[in-house]
Write a protein that binds this ligand. Structure first.
Ligand code: NAD
Length: 308
């Protein structure tokens, strides 16, 4: 029996190879070679930087499975893949702890301006009056999207003494109550009440540009925004305006509309903290992602008789 071909784009933890190397041929591809190499692939493994479009899928004549190494399927045309009988799997649980911990790190970094003050000290500066920070205890954190990551952020924030409210029209009130979070019915309510607003929704037609000029104008003056979900959920022009006008005191972004950013004016602001989409980029999360998708691929190959 011919071994199935798995095409992999982007680095993946060695755990993936340990699980699959004796069952399949694993070939590393690149963005440049993908359109050509996909023709022979049975299985495709991608991260968030690869767009799996209708055009690409039309070239994938043998493809049976797409595994997204991570969570969030917004880079894959899942609808078209399903129509073509291609299954799509991902590893949504694996990065939860890492993204939640990064989010909390970003909240603390904003409250105390840690990166900016670090830079000042390294360029000869020392404590000045404007460097005064704020405590998180007693402040209100508004979470948009109380799913896996949002819930974990809520639990940690509560341990820090924050009041946590959330907007998520798709979950029952009881789920929020179980973790001591008050669910608000309208996004506007959350925007008006929160000192820190953290976004944890998937990117969908409904959430694209969910936070625009109108939403910024409803926020408390001097609030902070944290986005570790997807860049396109926020209108970056409106964010720039809110940050320069002082409506927002600061923002922390792990995700941008264009990644890596090219001439993005947000990069020039002192009150913006940007990390290079590293929410799930920890040793632990990467190992969990690799093991989860490798196991998914193995079961798929067995169930579909691609291996004996
Ligand atoms: P999840 O599906 O568990 O939770 C998302 C929540 O958002 C759900 O409870 C859903 O009901 C809610 N939601 C959907 N539409 C909404 C809307 N219009 N308004 C309010 N709430 C809405 O997903 P998750 O595992 O918590 O991940 C959230 C997102 O984080 C992912 O979709 C992905 O885009 C992003 N993510 C980023 C990184 C990173 O490296 N920065 C890593 C992993 C995930």
């Amino acid at each position: 029996m011919k071994r199935p071909l798995i095409l992999v784009l982007g680095g993946i933890d060695e755990e993936f190879y340990n699980i699959l190397k004796s069952h399949a041929l694993i070939k590393e591809s690149t963005l440049e070679r993908l359109a050509e190499e996909i023709e022979n692939a049975d299985i495709l493994v991608v991260r968030s930087n690869v767009k799996v479009t209708r055009e690409l899928l039309d070239k994938a004549v043998k493809l049976r499975l797409i595994a997204r190494a991570g969570s969030g399927l917004d880079n894959i045309d899942v609808c078209y893949a399903t129509q073509k009988g291609i299954k799509v799997v991902n590893a949504p649980e694996a990065p939860v702890e890492s993204v939640a911990e990064l989010t909390i790190g970003l909240i603390i970094s904003l409250a105390r301006r840690i990166p900016l003050l670090d830079q000042r000290v390294k360029t000869g500066g020392w404590r000045e009056d404007w460097m005064v920070g704020i405590e998180l205890k007693g402040k209100t954190l508004g979470i948009i999207g109380l799913g896996r990551i949002g819930s974990r952020v809520a639990s940690i924030a509560k341990m820090l003494g924050m009041q946590v409210i959330a907007y998520d029209p798709y979950i029952p009130k009881t789920k929020a109550e179980q973790i001591g979070v008050e669910l608000v019915e309208k996004l506007d309510e959350l925007l008006k009440l929160s000192d820190f607003i953290s976004i944890h929704v998937p990117l969908t037609d409904e959430t694209r540009l969910m936070i625009r000029a109108r939403e910024f104008s409803l926020m408390k003056k001097g609030a902070y925004l944290i986005n570790t979900s997807r860049g396109a959920v926020v209108d970056e022009k409106a964010l720039l305006e809110a940050l320069t006008s002082g409506q927002l005191k600061g923002a922390a972004l792990d995700v941008l509309t264009e990644e890596p950013p090219i001439n993005n004016p947000l990069l020039k602001l002192d009150n913006v903290l940007i990390t290079p989409h590293i929410g799930g980029f920890t040793l632990e999360a990467q190992r969990k992602i690799a093991a989860t998708i490798a196991e998914e691929i193995l079961s798929f190959m067995r169930e579909n008789h691609l291996i004996s």
